[in-house]
Design a protein around this ligand. Structure first.
Ligand code: URA
Length: 277
């Protein structure tokens, strides 16, 4: 029988069950069972027990969900403080989010928060995941708490919910609720520039303070401003799952190489950082 691509025994490769176990999929025994049950694919092909892979080059999926298996890939969750820019370097000498996380390996922010916006920001050197997270077709949910001027009426909240006409078009329906008289919770899945600020402004309630409280499945109410932590393995799994269950996911997939967001072709702003997403 001709071996399929994923069956190749790469002399320098690692045993797949070991790689999967290190990635947090389960014990080696569990991972062996997954492979034996045909639930694991490498570069699109179901593999047999005994397969070895090159973690830096090959794409591994379990039950159709791509898994980050390269130990050189890092994923940090940062609580961005106000006054810090979401770029690698700033021509005005302002502090950047890159300065808040380890310098090596080099990471990039996934999406962007405005200078004065606070809250959760993901930074990684995982180009494939960045591509998916910033690709509009995946529409990963982002949750914001916006303290606004004035007291939004039910009508204003309805407009935010149903869609607001901005200069770049109508916004998609959003999940919107009032958490206190002047604090609005918005869950959006678009990534337009300054979108929440512009939406609130459009309904007559400019934002006074904006905090991102969730990115897809990622939350953390205990991370102090300016602090970061690596994603837990189950958080990474959940994030990968969030950017997998979409019809055209396969057409935009790619090997989990360490690339920049700009290289992945994600939407970028003129300064090279991806638009907020
Ligand atoms: N919407 C905004 O207006 N600003 C951000 O930083 C993120 C979303």
């Amino acid at each position: 029988m001709t071996p399929s691509p994923g069956d190749e025994e790469l002399p320098g490769g690692e045993r797949l069950q070991k790689v999967l176990a290190r990635a947090g999929i389960g014990s080696r025994r569990t991972c062996e069972d997954l492979i034996a049950d045909g639930r694991v694919r490498v570069d699109g092909a179901v593999v047999r027990l005994g397969a070895r892979i090159d973690v830096s080059r090959q794409v591994v999926e379990v039950d159709g969900v791509p898994i980050t298996v390269d130990p050189d890939l890092v994923h940090y969750l940062l609580n961005k403080p106000a006054g810090v820019v979401t770029t690698a370097s700033d021509t005005h000498g302002r502090p950047t989010v890159i300065e808040l996380v380890p310098a090596s390996p080099r990471v990039h922010p996934v999406g962007r928060l405005d200078l004065e916006t606070e809250g959760l920001l993901l930074l990684t050197n995982d180009g494939a995941l960045t591509h998916r997270l910033t690709h509009p077709s995946f529409g990963v949910e982002k949750e914001y708490l916006a303290e606004v001027a004035g007291l939004p009426s039910r009508g204003a909240l309805r407009r935010l919910r149903e869609g607001v006409e901005l200069d770049d078009g109508m916004t998609a329906p959003a999940v919107v609720s009032l958490v206190s008289p002047s604090v609005v919770k918005l869950v959006i899945h678009e990534g337009r520039n300054r979108q929440v600020r512009r939406m609130c402004e459009a309904v007559g309630h400019p934002v006074v303070r904006l905090v991102r409280t969730r990115i897809g499945p990622l939350r953390d109410q205990h991370l102090p401003p300016g602090a970061w932590r690596p994603l837990e393995q189950d958080e990474l799994r959940a994030l990968e799952q969030a950017v997998t269950s979409v019809p055209n996911a396969e057409s935009i997939g790619g090997a989990p190489t360490a690339t920049t967001a700009a290289e992945t072709g994600a939407e970028t702003d003129p300064d090279g950082t991806p638009s907020d997403s």
